[in-house]
Structure formats: structure tokens, C-alpha cells
Design a protein around this ligand. Structure first.
Ligand code: NZQ
Ligand code: ZN
Length: 388
């Protein structure tokens, strides 16, 4: 049975090869000052920066830049952006990049007009903003996180070895997002595949919980099937527009709050992956891939019916004459083969984690209670060891 919920997503999305043409009108909705935020320089190499700054010039905006936002943006970098933004007083923060740049821009947006330390306030105490929030618009260059249409913001603090996500309310979500699949085509294959698995896992996190027959789970199954299909094509030919556009749109729907409505969700792969990320600074999607199978194989007996359904409805495995356990195992085996075929990292050692780190990574893993099995710390350690 679906529980009670309100569904409201305030982000306006422009999708497709011509979607940047909407930027001019959007800029008209905001004041003079635009804070342009981007990463380590990919947008300068692929021409996206030139296209966007041309529109900003055409609209005669006053622009200040925050560049060098790293993958897994840090609390230190956040303070740097907040300082620049406080002096500049932006009317709009324009994020151009992947999830890291979008997440970072949201974190800046809730911190510009707030005196507290943002790491402490939002990522340790999980408070909501009680100050004016600067509007954020995103121009996405990498498909994966769903940050373009959600309130999520994940920040890493290397001093305390923690990587923490805060899911902010509607008023922090991007006001608009521009998604041009062509912009994702210069991504290195490693990042493209990490993004694909991030999408897959967002769906799994919301699918593997609850026993009920509900609409969200059917939507999730459709999204997963489409993603798997498109992933094979994109890995073979990264320039295939159809596949890249389907992946980009699936990423948005995988984490724009829809499929979580009315049901419980798990998110333990993300908690494990984020803790691994806090110790290794590894690529987000790869940290998820590396812990997923040990985690799912461990919790499978507690949610056996759903894992059996996953095998049949997502991987097309015939149920004839098979027990739920047999089906569930075959489903995870099929996922493992797919993961290996598209080139994901299958263990945390390859990402730089060591046996000596397990204790610390386990300590940094936040235990959530929405999944089929609420883990004890020892079980977290076992899963991490099995992921080495
Ligand atoms: O910095 P640049 O030079 O732009 O390079 C980036 C970066 O090195 C590169 N890249 C992006 N677009 C490119 C490109 N290179 C060439 N061509 C392009 N078109 O890719 C690298 C990774 O980018 P990043 O933004 O870090 O990747 P992603 O989109 O996976 O974002 C990861 C961050 O998002 C958080 C993760 O924890 C991580 O910090 N997440 C955010 C979520 C949310 N808001 O809801 C949920 C997710 O589960 C996730 O936790
Ligand atoms: Zn993720």
C-alpha cells in the first residue's frame, strides 16, 4: 500500500540538443549578478564555457566565477565559494558541471546569507536554512546524481574524514536545469560508467525496501530496464545520442523524488560508498559499485521476494521451476555480469581502501533503518571486508 505523500517538484527542466537556447529567457528572471560555478576545466576544453559566457554577455550580466570545484567537493572549498559569494552578492548561482558542481552550488546558496559554519549547520546538525537562499540554476555536463532536479548536496570534510549528504527541501532545489546530452559526450568512459551505476543504484536504493506491490516499484523496474539497455549501447559507442539522452533522462527520474513516494527506501549502499569516499576520495559511482554486491548478497535473505522479482522483471530471468532463493541469486549474478561488462570497479581495494581502514570506514558509515535489514556495526565491517 502506498503511504500518504505530497508530490511537488519545483525544478523547471529544459532537455535536448537545443536546450541552451532557454538560458537567455531564464536569465531574464533574475537580477544583474550571476555567480558562475564550474569544476576543473572540462567545460573550457569542450566549448561549453564559451557557449554559456556568450549568453551571459548577450544578457549584459555581471559575472563572477568560482572555478576548480573538485569531484566530491570539500568543506574548505565551500567556505571559499561562500566568501566570494558574500562579497559579490549574486542574484543567481549558475552551476555548470556534474553533480559535484550542482551540489556545491546548492551548499553555497544556503550559506551566503547565514553566519553559521555551513559544515556544522547543514552537514553535522542537518538544520534547514533559516536565511535567504540564493536561487540556483544548473547546466548539467554529466549524467548520474540527479542533483539537477533534487535538493541533495553532498560535501566531504577531509579533516574529520566524513562525506555527508543533506537533502534540502524544495526551496533549495534548482529553479531550472538545462540538460543537453551532447554536453555529456566528452566525459571519459570511466566517469560515464560511474554515472550509469550511480543511476542504477539510486533506483535500487528506493526499490529494495518495503514488501508492497506499488506503482513506484513498477516505475523503477522500467527505469532500470531502459538504463541497462542504453548502457550497453553507450559503452560500445559513447557518441550514440539516443543512448546518451536516455541515460541522462533516466538519471533525472531516478532521483528527483518521484520513485521514493509512498514507500520506504534503503540508501545503505550510499552510506557505505560515501564512507569509502571519505577515506579514498574515489569516484562516487565506483564506490557504490564496489560495495553493492557484498551488501545485496548479505541482505538478500531478508528481502527475498523483492530480489526474486528483480531477477524476473529487470533481468528477464525465467522463474519456471525455481525457488525465490535461486531466482534472487540469479538476479544478482546477472547484475554482476552487467557491472563487469560495462567496466565498473568491483572492489574497494582498487579504489585505495585497505584492511587497516575498515574500522574507520565502518565508523564513518551512517546506519539507516529503511532497508530489509538494519545493520549492526559488525555487519557493516563484514560487508566492507567482503568488498576489499
Ligand atoms: O571538474 P571537471 O573538469 O568538470 O571534470 C569533471 C570531474 O572530474 C568531469 N566531467 C564532468 N562533465 C564532463 C567532465 N569531463 C569531460 N566532459 C564532461 N562533459 O567528471 C568528473 C566527475 O564529475 P562530478 O561532478 O564529480 O561527478 P558526478 O556527477 O558523479 O557527481 C558526484 C558528486 O555528487 C554527489 C557525490 O557524492 C559526489 O560528491 N552526489 C549527489 C547526489 C545528489 N545531489 O542527490 C546524490 C548522489 O548519490 C551523489 O552522492
Ligand atoms: Zn549516488
Amino acid at each position: 500500500m502506498l503511504g500518504n505523500f505530497t508530490y511537488h517538484n519545483p525544478t523547471k527542466l529544459y532537455f535536448g540538443e537545443d536546450s541552451l537556447k532557454n538560458l537567455k529567457d531564464e536569465l531574464g528572471n533574475y537580477g544583474q549578478n550571476v555567480l558562475l560555478v564550474y569544476g576543473g576545466g572540462s567545460i573550457k576544453k569542450n566549448g561549453v564555457y564559451d557557449e554559456i559566457t556568450a549568453v551571459l554577455r548577450e544578457c549584459a550580466k555581471t559575472v563572477t566565477e568560482v572555478s576548480g570545484v573538485m569531484p566530491n567537493p570539500t568543506a574548505t572549498k565551500l567556505l571559499e565559494g561562500v566568501k566570494i559569494a558574500r562579497e559579490f552578492k549574486p542574484d543567481l548561482i549558475l552551476a555548470v558541471g556534474g553533480g559535484s558542481v550542482c551540489d556545491y552550488s546548492k551548499a553555497v546558496s544556503v550559506s551566503v546569507n547565514c553566519d553559521d559554519d555551513p559544515w556544522e549547520k547543514y552537514f553535522m546538525r542537518f538544520e534547514e536554512p533559516d536565511c535567504e537562499i540564493v536561487p540556483v540554476g544548473c547546466i548539467l555536463t554529466m549524467a548520474g546524481t540527479g542533483s539537477e532536479m533534487n535538493g541533495g548536496s553532498v560535501i566531504t570534510n577531509h579533516d574529520v574524514k566524513l562525506k555527508i549528504g543533506h537533502v534540502f527541501a524544495d526551496d533549495v532545489m534548482p529553479k531550472f536545469s538545462i540538460l543537453n546530452p551532447r554536453y555529456t559526450m566528452t566525459l571519459p568512459k570511466y566517469q560515464m560508467c560511474a554515472g550509469i551505476y550511480d543511476i542504477m543504484n539510486h533506483i535500487c536504493e528506493q526499490y529494495f525496501s518495503g514488501e508492497d506491490d506499488n506503482t513506484s516499484d513498477y516505475i523503477s523496474e522500467g527505469l532500470m530496464k531502459g538504463l541497462i539497455h542504453a548502457s550497453y549501447i553507450a559503452v560500445k559507442d559513447p557518441q550514440d545520442y539516443e543512448a546518451r539522452s536516455n541515460i541522462m533522462w533516466t538519471a533525472t527520474w531516478a532521483l528527483n523524488t518521484l520513485v521514493a513516494k509512498g514507500k520506504s527506501t534503503d540508501w545503505m549502499v550510499h552510506m557505505l560508498g560515501q564512507a569509502v569516499g571519505a577515506y579514498t576520495d574515489a569516484t562516487h559511482g565506483m564506490t557504490l559499485a564496489a560495495v553493492s554486491l557484498p551488501y545485496y548478497r548479505y541482505i538478500m535473505p531478508y528481502g527475498i521476494k523483492k530480489f526474486a522479482r528483480f531477477a524476473v522483471n529487470v533481468w528477464g530471468i525465467s522463474p519456471d521451476g525455481k525457488s525465490d532463493e535461486q531466482l534472487a541469486n540469479e538476479g544478482l549474478d546477472a547484475m554482476e555480469s552487467w557491472m563487469k561488462e560495462i567496466g565498473l570497479v568491483m572492489n574497494i581495494s582498487e579504489l585505495g581502501a585497505t584492511e587497516e581502514m575498515i574500522e574507520g570506514i565502518a565508523k564513518a558509515t551512517i546506519i539507516l533503518t529503511g532497508g530489509y535489514k538494519v545493520l549492526e556495526k559488525d555487519e557493516v565491517k563484514k560487508i566492507l571486508k567482503d568488498s576489499l
